[in-house]
Design a protein. Structure first.
Ligand code: AMP
Length: 210
């Protein structure tokens, strides 16, 4: 049976998730976390909300974040402001015993200047909606050239909400050596096309709802 201890995650992350009541990893966590910790391959995961996907990508992103480097290292894109806030809150709770790992939400409908000020202080993990993220990249306030991984969460929702162009723009500005992780409840042709155009060799993972 897989355990959080087996993944090689920082002990302070394990303590935080145990405190949240996570005793054993969910199936998608058991498949995704070891992969993110060791392999260079991209990932496409069929996963709905409720499968534990946030921790599946979030725990390795937090473990791999370098607190001594203030540059953005992981960018998570998601379709709505609510999801952005939720993911950010979850990641902050997983990282509460780690010093120097900053996680920031950037989304539209909120003043951009406070988000710019927060970005200036440095955030290793940025969780954004595609429109606002693109805007911040354009304004040269968010730098994604050296990013190590991009997570596309609820990719099908982002495409149906018309964010494809923003996503393509953002991916085109990132480091081509980045790792890309795509999570989606459904896998329509448009997602596979996006994967074909912007992802390298990838592993596919299917998650069942817990
Ligand atoms: P998500 O699919 O990421 O939205 O997670 C769904 C819910 O499951 C959230 O409330 C998480 O806090 C919770 N959760 C995630 N991983 C675990 C786990 N390993 N054990 C118990 N609960 C979990």
């Amino acid at each position: 049976m897989s355990t959080f201890e087996n993944f090689g995650l920082h002990q302070n992350i394990i303590t935080a998730v145990h405190e949240l009541g996570f005793e054993t990893p969910t199936p998608i966590q058991s498949e995704t976390i070891p992969h993110l910790m060791s392999s260079q391959q991209d990932i496409i995961a069929t996963a709905q909300t409720g499968t534990g996907k946030t921790a599946a990508f979030g725990l390795p992103a937090i473990h791999l974040a370098n607190p001594d480097n203030k540059n953005t290292q992981t960018l998570v894109l998601c379709p709505t402001r609510e999801l952005c806030v939720q993911i950010t809150r979850d990641l902050i709770s997983y990282s509460k015993y780690l010093k120097g790992v900053n996680i920031l939400a950037v989304y539209g409908g909120e003043r951009i200047d406070s988000q710019i000020r927060a970005l200036k202080k440095g955030a290793q993990i940025v969780v954004g909606t595609p429109g606002r993220t693109r805007d911040l990249i354009n304004r040269k306030k968010l730098f994604v050239e050296n990013i190590e991984r991009v997570v596309l969460d609820e990719a099908d929702e982002m495409l149906t909400s018309g964010f494809i162009e923003d996503i393509e723009f953002i991916l085109s500005k990132t480091n081509p050596d980045r790792k890309t992780l795509l999570f989606s409840a459904t896998m329509p042709g448009a997602i596979l096309k996006l994967a074909k155009n912007y992802m390298k060799e990838y592993t596919t993972i299917q998650a069942k709802k817990e």
